[in-house]
Design a protein around this ligand. Structure first.
Ligand SMILES: [Zn+2]
Length: 585
């Protein structure tokens, strides 16, 4: 594997879907995993000690005929590609290339697609240069003054290639030079009354680069009262905002030296901090941090610091991010600016030293969340409920040392006996494992909430295995909003996208997060009648959504007669759905 690894979060050369299928078919998942985890035969499958969590008895299963692995201990799972991504910490294209080399499948790139991708990058470069010219032209005067007023120097603007596009840029130059499909697919041009026009109109332009330094998108900031304040390029072949962090291309050199990455809120924050010598800063593109962002950061650095505003909105964003971090088993620090300050104003007042001092007051996000919950708990009962919530999160923490550390902190914080808390955590962990095993043994009869989750999961897992046309039919009238489980709803949304675009489902199934969620069903022998599973779970999801929308209506109506009518309707629907599903259970 020497010299093989090359990290690219943007893949300008698209690997053809058929190659991915071929590689998955040619790869023996048993051999692949057995090389790093010794496996023993157990019935139709193979078992071994899980490489993703510490265990003494094997709960890691590999099903060569199905092409999937799944661990009943920690819940990790997926296909060969996601195994390589997870085990070797590879990005998707690198994992595919790795497996391709291994089984002797040569990847011929889709020439048309890759030419288009190259042209799109070239177009971005040209637009960057042109926007720089506009900024320093007569038309760019107001924009430049705006930037000067915010104390951006020419040097800093050049370093980050900040430019400007006035209203109504003449596009004929680009139309002559590039294929129309390239201009449209770049997402930067729109068809207007008088031909193609640029989507950015009287805005300061901030070029966004991928990890490798190629410009793949723009963010345009208004200098007038135009709304919204920022407009970003739409998602394209080369730009997926879920995976792109602003300034990652520059930050990665600093990250190798510095021990942590700093995630801030805005592009201008990144520029300002870099001016003060903090080159290790990145920003997400108007979304909250995704698991893809986190694994990108983790490829380059050990610790992640999240910088937030020191107000309620900042606290809430911090708390909201906890779940994504736990999902990826990552434990960041949070740093809050004093209320009313942004990095810009803070640095102006306190300088680099003051900023470093503030970083020193970082808090562990998990403990910050525990503290925030405790603060909200007004009495003993509320405190116990909060402790229960945070304890359930602690159960999923993989490192035993970290778990110990948090248990000690929590018991002090909540003033409960440490041993009792530890026992409680062990019991909860055992319950979780038991629930998983139970499910695999009897296809799930475990409490109300979990049943809904299992049903939604079965539905999605069936969709990805059935022939595309059947799946597409099954998804009719089922909206992602009907799902109770948020994560499953997200996955369903992605599956829908793939089905509707005619894309390759195997690509989606190789995404570690998704593979992990669906793998317990994909390896199970119980769902052999996929069509029936899909149809039955579809009915249940529909019934759930009807019941919920009725509940909402019943709650919202103040007309007693209407309320009665709705209640009767609700009971009727409930009876019907019981009649439908009961004989099967
Ligand atoms: Zn495991």
């Amino acid at each position: 594997m020497n010299g093989f690894f090359c990290a690219t979060e943007v893949e300008p050369l698209k690997i053809p879907d058929t190659k991915i299928d071929e590689i998955l078919e040619q790869t023996d998942i048993y051999q692949l995993i057995d090389e790093v985890v010794p496996l023993k035969k157990a019935g139709n499958s193979f078992k071994g000690l899980c490489p993703f969590h510490t265990e003494k008895t094997p709960s890691f299963n590999v099903h060569p005929d199905k092409g999937y692995f799944h661990c009943f201990g920690c819940g990790e799972g997926g296909n060969s590609i996601s195994f390589v991504m997870k085990y070797h910490n590879f990005a998707f294209p690198d994992a595919v290339r790795f497996l391709g080399e291994r089984c002797g499948v040569t990847i011929e790139y889709d020439q048309n697609a890759s030419q288009d991708a190259k042209d799109i990058v070239a177009l971005h470069d040209e637009l960057t240069i042109d926007s720089r010219k506009f900024l320093y032209s007569q038309e760019g005067k107001t924009a430049l003054n705006y930037l000067y007023k915010r104390s951006f120097t020419d040097k800093l603007l050049e370093e980050f290639l900040v430019g400007y596009f006035p209203a109504n840029v003449d596009t004929s130059k680009y139309v002559r030079k590039y294929d129309k499909s390239v201009l449209i697919n770049s997402g930067l041009f729109k068809e207007g009354k008088y031909g193609l026009r640029l989507m950015f109109y009287d805005r300061v332009m901030i070029p966004v680069k991928g990890v490798t330094g190629k410009t793949i998108a723009f963010s345009g900031r208004t200098i007038s009262d135009q709304q919204p304040k920022y407009i970003n390029s739409p998602e394209t072949e080369v730009f997926k905002k879920r995976r792109v962090l602003y300034n990652m291309d520059k930050a990665k050199q600093f990250l190798r030296k510095s021990e942590f990455a700093m995630v801030v809120e805005g592009y201008f924050d990144v520029m300002r901090l870099s001016e003060y010598g903090f080159g290790n800063c990145v920003a997400s593109m108007g979304t909250s941090l995704t698991s893809e962002h986190i694994s990108l950061l983790r490829r380059y650095t050990g610790d992640i610091y999240m910088l937030f505003d020191g107000d309620q909105a900042g606290y809430n964003s911090a708390l909201k991010s906890l779940e994504t971090f736990l999902m990826t088993d990552t434990f960041p620090y949070v740093v809050f600016l004093p209320e009313g300050e942004d990095p810009d104003s803070f640095l102006a007042k306190h300088g680099k030293d003051g900023f470093e001092q503030m970083l020193g007051e970082k808090k562990d996000l998990f403990l910050f969340a525990a503290e925030a919950l405790l603060k909200k708990s007004k009495d003993f009962n509320a405190k116990l409920r909060s402790l229960d919530k945070i304890k359930n999160l602690l159960v999923s923490v993989k490192s035993p040392y970290r778990k110990d550390h948090y248990a000690a902190k929590l018991s002090a914080m909540y003033q409960v006996d440490e041993n009792t808390l530890r026992k409680d955590i062990d019991i909860s962990a055992a319950k979780t494992t038991l629930r998983r095993t139970e499910y695999s043994a009897q296809n799930g009869k475990t409490g109300n909430r979990s049943m809904t989750y299992f049903c939604e999961r079965d539905f999605v897992a069936a969709l990805v295995q059935l022939p595309e046309d059947v799946s597409l039919m099954m998804t009719e009238n089922i909206l992602p909003e009907y799902f109770n489980d948020r994560k499953m709803s997200e996955i369903y949304k992605k599956v829908l996208e793939v089905l509707e675009n005619g894309d390759n489902i195997n690509v989606l199934l190789s995404t570690p997060d998704i593979a992990k969620e669906l793998s317990p069903v994909l390896v199970s022998d119980l769902n052999s009648d996929l069509y029936r599973t899909a149809a039955a779970s579809r009915e249940k999801i529909l019934a759930n959504s009807i019941r919920e929308s009725m509940n909402r209506k019943i709650k919202d109506t103040s007309d007693m007669g209407e309320k009665r009518r709705l209640l009767i309707e609700k009971f009727r629907v409930k009876k019907q759905s019981q009649e439908k599903t009961e004989p099967e259970d």
